[in-house]
Structure formats: C-alpha cells, structure tokens
Design a protein around this ligand. Structure first.
Ligand SMILES: Cc1cc2nc3c(=O)[nH]c(=O)nc-3n(C[C@H](O)[C@H](O)[C@H](O)COP(=O)(O)OP(=O)(O)OC[C@H]3O[C@@H](n4cnc5c(N)ncnc54)[C@H](O)[C@@H]3O)c2cc1C
Length: 390
C-alpha cells in the first residue's frame, strides 16, 4: 500500500468534503481523493437554501457571508413571457459560485486534518483488498470507503454496473451571463414553461447571472432549443458557452452501498425531484456516511457501516419519495393550467412552494397545508371545468 487510512473519501464536492470533515473531527485518519485540483468548476445554479445553510453550520461551523454568498429576497415565478407572480419579501435565498464555495469546504476539511489526494482520478477499485488504485499507480487502503464522486459516479458503476438510469436521470444546461453593468436588481426567477418535468432558472450572482433549463432528460429531447429560447427571453445573446451536466433528479438509489462502501450526494441520487436542490442533501448524506463509518469502526465492525448508513438516510429518502409523489401532481401537462393559475392567484400552493424552495419547510408541511385546503381547490377546478366563473 502507498498509504492507508481509516476512511477514504472519493470526490471532494459538498458530499465528500462534509464526509471527510466529520470523520476527521472524530479523530480518524482520512484521505480525500478528487480527480481535480481545487478550486475547480462545477456546473450548478448555486442556489443555496436555508436547508443548506443549516447543514453547513452544523458540519463546517461556517455561516453564509458576503464573501461567498449573495443574499436575495426578491422572487419571480413565470411561465415563458407571462410573469405569474413576484414577491419582494420572499424567504431569503443565498446564491454562490461553486468554484469558490466547494474550494472553501475542501480547504476547511484539509485544515481539519484530512489528507488531500487531489488532481488524481481513480483508476480502479479493489474491493477484495479494500484499496483504491489511483491513475499514477498509488494504492490507497481504507477500512471504510465513501463514494461522493457525483452523478456519473465511477464507484456506483463499479458496485452496481452503472452510475444512473438514462430513462430517469435529469439533465441541465446553463450559461453564465456577465452583468456588464446591466444588472439593475437581483431577482431569483423560476420559469415553469422553460422545460418539461423541470423548469428554467435565472439566479443572480455578484458578477454574473446563471441562466439554466433542466428537467428529466428523456422528456426534453429539445433542451438545447429550450435553452436558446430562455436565453432570448433574457437577452442573453452573445457568445456565451453553454454547458450541460446530469443531475439525479429524484431517482435515488434505494441501496446506496454495501458493507464498508457507502455512496453519498449525487452518487446516491439525492437530488430533490421538484426543485433540483442537491447541495443540502449532499452535505447531509456525507456527514451521515462519516458518522455511520465512525460508529462501525468504533465497534470494530467496518462491514456494518452500510447498515447504519441506510438507517440514517431514512429522513432524506422519505423527503425524496414525497417529492416524487408531488412531482406527479405538478409536472404532467394536464396539470399545467391548474398549477399556473394557483401561482397567478398567489395561493397557498405558491407560498408553500416558495418556502420549500427556500428550504424553510419540508414536504410534510406542504402536505398538511394543502390537504386542509383541498376541498376548496377541487370545487374551484370543478367550476372551471364546467365553464362557471370561479
Ligand atoms: C445544471 C445544474 C444546476 C444545479 N443547481 C443547483 C442549485 O441551484 N442548488 C442546489 O442545491 N443544487 C443544484 N444542483 C445539484 C448540485 O449541483 C449537486 O446535487 C451537488 O453538487 C452534489 O454534490 P456532490 O458532492 O454529491 O457531487 P459533486 O459536487 O458533483 O462533486 C463530485 C466530485 O467528485 C469528483 N470526481 C468525479 N469522478 C471522480 C473520479 N473518478 N475520481 C476522483 N474524483 C472524481 C469531481 O471532480 C467532483 O469534485 C444542480 C445540478 C446541475 C447539474
């Protein structure tokens, strides 16, 4: 072995850095591998919710600040050229550039005692010998391995034969539109008509605005055209580079690992099926994976790490299951009118969606709030269908 650790983490995004940080804090020897040297780019809208903020505080003991985050409480919902509603005192969103944000998390993990093994991708996994073999030939030994290597996880592929299901995976396209002195006001915008089973987004940052469209890949064969239309709507013409990436949009892995190998973040498919939010679940699952590994090692039973982790992931899986159910009520074409009308009216649905997007409530709250109002909504829909005034 070139090196041996209690825990080896592959991937130093939010999931991997959180896992490494938690394990190092527990006094374990931790190696953190990433194919990139940091800072590195990661395609993302950079919308950082109240949910993400809480996890970052807990795991990294760091709060949002002006150096890395733009605070915004002006929100707009639209459907193509129609603005459905706009709010100026919305629950606050924080917006960040992943280039700087991920580097900050990574640096905190390294400052916490994690051994960095970056700029090297993994060549092979030797599960029989508990070792990761890097491209440069080094063998890195582990007692527990945590895979946080993103949506195209090579570790998930090594374990299960493929990293994701092409029929259900999401895909997003983005451009960074420079402000060039044009930006008058920071507005977080969501456009329900920009993609099928997904949406378009305009997320302001300090120097640019991130414009994107994304949704279930198989339902959006024309995503490039939709991106072009969304750019035109925002006057983002010019020579801007369009980048694309997969996002595991609600299709999480029911069994994210086995024995002493755990998958966290996008590698485990932990992205919300409606909002596309993944940073909070990535950090949270990395933290839980490290806690599970720490407990298993303390008991001298590394192979029990997965069993503990599966149990710890219960609340995240429950939330993702609920999101998948809600998606069936929100995204089908037959529901578009009802959904958009609710947003025009400034209904409870709109308020709750906004609070959910901002990470202020969870799906349980949404269910309680909406089901108590369901009879009224059904009555309104029935009247509309019968051609009576609402
Ligand atoms: C277009 C788009 C927009 C999004 N917008 C938002 C948003 O606004 N808000 C939000 O909360 N979420 C958003 N997400 C989701 C969010 O980006 C992810 O859920 C989040 O980055 C997951 O973190 P992670 O640590 O699991 O993986 P990643 O951040 O992808 O990190 C994986 C790491 O693994 C490394 N790696 C990969 N393969 C290897 C290998 N073979 N060897 C070594 N290292 C490897 C990579 O270099 C990378 O550093 C968006 C996603 C997309 C695609």
């Amino acid at each position: 072995m070139s090196a041996a650790f209690d825990i080896v983490v592959v991937g130093a995004g939010p999931a991997g850095s959180a896992a490494a940080m938690t394990a190092a804090r527990a006094g374990l020897r931790v190696g953190l591998i990433d194919k990139s040297a940091f800072p590195r780019d990661k395609l993302c809208g950079g919308l950082f919710t109240g949910r993400s903020r809480k996890v970052m505080q807990e795991v990294f003991q760091r709060d949002v600040d002006e150096a890395l985050f733009l605070k915004c409480d002006h929100m707009r919902f639209r459907a193509g050229s129609e603005i459905l509603s706009e709010m100026r005192d919305a629950p606050p969103f924080y917006l960040t550039m992943r280039y700087a944000f991920d580097a900050m998390l990574y640096e905190r993990a390294v400052a916490g005692g994690v051994v960095p093994l970056t700029g090297q991708s993994v060549q092979e996994y030797d599960f029989d010998d508990n070792a990761v073999i890097l491209r440069d030939g080094r063998r890195i030994g582990y007692r527990v391995l945590i895979g946080a290597d993103g949506a195209n996880s090579q570790l998930a592929k090594a374990l299960f034969g493929r990293s994701f299901d092409p029929a259900t995976i999401g895909f997003g396209l983005e451009v960074e539109m420079p402000h060039d002195g044009r930006q008058s006001e920071n507005i977080v915008e969501v456009d329900f008509a920009a993609a099928r089973w997904g949406y378009g987004w305009s997320f302001p940052k300090a120097r640019t605005t991130t414009l994107g469209v994304g949704g279930i890949h198989s339902r959006n064969p024309d995503l490039k055209t939709r991106m072009q239309e969304y750019r035109e709507l925002h006057g983002a013409n010019g020579d801007l580079r369009v980048k694309g990436a997969h996002l595991p949009f609600g299709e999480f892995r029911p069994r994210p690992g086995r024995a002493n190998v755990l998958l966290a973040g996008d590698a485990a498919g932990l992205v919300d099926a409606i909002t596309g939010e993944g940073i909070a679940h990535a950090m949270q699952s990395g933290h839980l994976a490290a806690q599970s590994a720490t407990g298993a090692l303390a008991d001298g039973a590394p192979d029990t790490a997965y069993q503990r982790y599966q149990q710890a992931l219960g609340p995240i899986h429950c939330s993702l299951r609920q999101a998948r159910l809600w998606r069936l009520m929100i995204f089908p074409a037959a529901m578009t009118d009802v959904f958009q009308a609710a947003f025009r009216r400034g209904s409870t649905l709109q308020t709750k969606y906004l609070e959910l997007l901002a990470g202020e409530i969870e799906y349980d709250h949404l269910r309680t709030a909406l089901f108590t109002r369901a009879p009224k909504a059904v009555y309104r829909i029935a009247r509309r269908r019968l051609g009576l005034s609402v």
